[in-house]
Design a protein around this ligand. Structure first.
Ligand SMILES: Cc1ncc(COP(=O)(O)O)c(C=O)c1O
Length: 433
């Protein structure tokens, strides 16, 4: 619709299916177009630092694939994915305690497609998906495109709180709601950067068993730990009630668009059929290049390189926050890409963003990660992409923006309306650093 006119500028507006109403561009998207200008330090996007991946090694794999099996690489492939790559996926998952067979794995076009396929299989309009509070914006977008209602479950510095999950399930069931699955990002969560503790993994599994609710475990960051590995994957202790999603986007490169799902037998069959219906087969080319890379390169050493690089950036960001924004509390991730800030009372991260962009720094406002409008008092900062000197400069600029906003709030009153989020127990996690 044209704003305020009641008239749509799209002549096909009335023809869309109901679920298309769940597809809407976020308000911050337009601002991010501006934020991609080179003079802006972006602490917003979660882009992996692919420049740390030696291009010559990727090139060698490309050349070998084209020389030895060029025609197969350019052809359609199996709907479930290349068996050779699935073998490598088994080795990768073994690092997180998962034992699975090659037949259990379905290769997807990034784990984003896996989220779409799982949603397509399970969600009817009006079904409930339980997610951490906050949760990954890209997953919530998929769930709502299938007309699910996302209900957040409170989390703290150890991840989702088991008794809050139990209460939520009981409450929603009593209200006649159908809960389809619990969506969890247990390691170095996007956006909060927190990791689900080992004991809570088991408690949540027990609760899910008890109530007959599936778990979808989304784990793109698990191998990117800084000091010690996170607890074993939830899928490692339950292969019947957990759908596990993996990805090469953060440990190799997102440009290849390769991820995977491991699911209980019946679900896996359906996933293959759903994937074939959607894309016929994942890219043979990408899978073959990746497979060659795993065969010929020291991929474990490459992951070590990424780990050291992201740890340095996390440290740089934490140091900069301590130096420039000592009064602001934030999570202290032990891996991954993200750090979550809690702003002083009265500030509004969404309202503040245009000023930040004017000051040449970008971040993602917390509101992007809640389905219920909360998050105005939070900011997600990504430390994965900018070089350390830019991280420091970005945080310095952000400190100026926050100081100006605090002055404004002192003069004209608070801008944030997010106070209810914390007091209701389903708001942002408490501060842990
Ligand atoms: C938690 C989470 N899940 C899934 C994805 C999608 O990743 P990809 O489709 O590149 O594998 C992302 C990307 O940032 C993510 O953070």
């Amino acid at each position: 619709m044209a704003p305020g006119s009641g008239i749509s500028l799209d002549p096909w507006f009335d023809n869309y299916a109901d679920r298309a109403s769940g597809l809407s561009a976020s308000e911050v998207r337009a601002l991010f177009a501006v934020a991609s200008r080179p003079e802006v330090v972006s602490l917003a996007g979660g882009m992996p630092f692919v420049a740390a991946l030696p291009v010559d090694k990727v090139q060698q794999s490309l050349a070998r694939v084209m020389e030895n099996s060029g025609h197969a690489a350019l052809q359609y492939g199996s709907g479930q994915g290349l068996p050779a790559l699935r073998e490598h996926i088994i080795d990768v998952m073994a690092l997180e305690g998962i034992r699975a067979g090659v037949d259990d794995v379905v290769v997807t076009t990034g784990s984003q497609q896996a989220l779409d396929l799982v949603s397509k299989l399970f969600i009817n309009p009006g079904d409930v998906i339980l997610a951490e509070s906050p949760s990954y914006v890209g997953a919530m977008g998929v769930f709502s495109s299938y007309q699910a209602s996302v209900e957040h479950v409170a989390m703290d510095d150890e991840g989702m709180i088991p008794h809050a999950l139990e209460e939520r399930i009981t409450f929603l069931r009593a209200a006649g709601k159908t809960i389809k699955f619990v969506y969890l990002i247990p390691n170095f969560q996007n956006p909060a950067g927190v990791t689900l503790s080992a004991s809570r993994r088991l408690e949540i599994l027990d609760i899910a068993h008890h109530h007959g609710v599936l778990i979808v475990e989304d784990n793109p960051y698990g191998l990117l730990w800084f000091d010690q590995p996170p607890p074993a994957a939830i899928r490692s202790v339950d292969d019947a009630g957990v759908i596990y999603l993996g990805s090469f986007s953060k440990t190799f490169a997102p440009g290849f668009r390769v991820g995977w799902v491991v699911a209980p037998h019946g679900i896996r069959e359906k996933l293959v059929l759903a994937s074939e219906a959607a894309i016929l087969s994942p890219s043979s080319f990408s899978q073959m290049v990746l497979s060659d890379y795993f065969e010929h390169q020291d991929w474990r050493a490459q992951i070590d390189t990424f780990r050291a690089l992201y740890r340095e950036r996390r440290d740089t960001m934490a140091d900069a926050l301590k130096a420039h924004l000592p009064a602001i509390s934030h999570t202290m991730p032990t891996g991954g890409f993200y750090l979550w800030l809690s702003l002083p009372e009265g500030l509004d991260s969404k309202e503040m963003l245009p000023r930040a962009i004017t000051e040449l720094v970008a971040y993602t406002p917390g509101t992007a990660f809640f389905a219920n409008g909360h998050g105005r008092s939070n900011i997600r900062l990504a430390f994965c992409y900018p070089e350390p000197a830019f991280i420091t400069e970005g945080v310095r600029r952000l400190s100026r923006v926050i100081a100006e906003e605090l002055e404004l709030a002192a003069t004209f009153g608070p801008r944030s309306t997010d106070v209810a989020a914390s007091s209701r127990g389903d708001g942002p996690p408490p501060d842990v650093a």
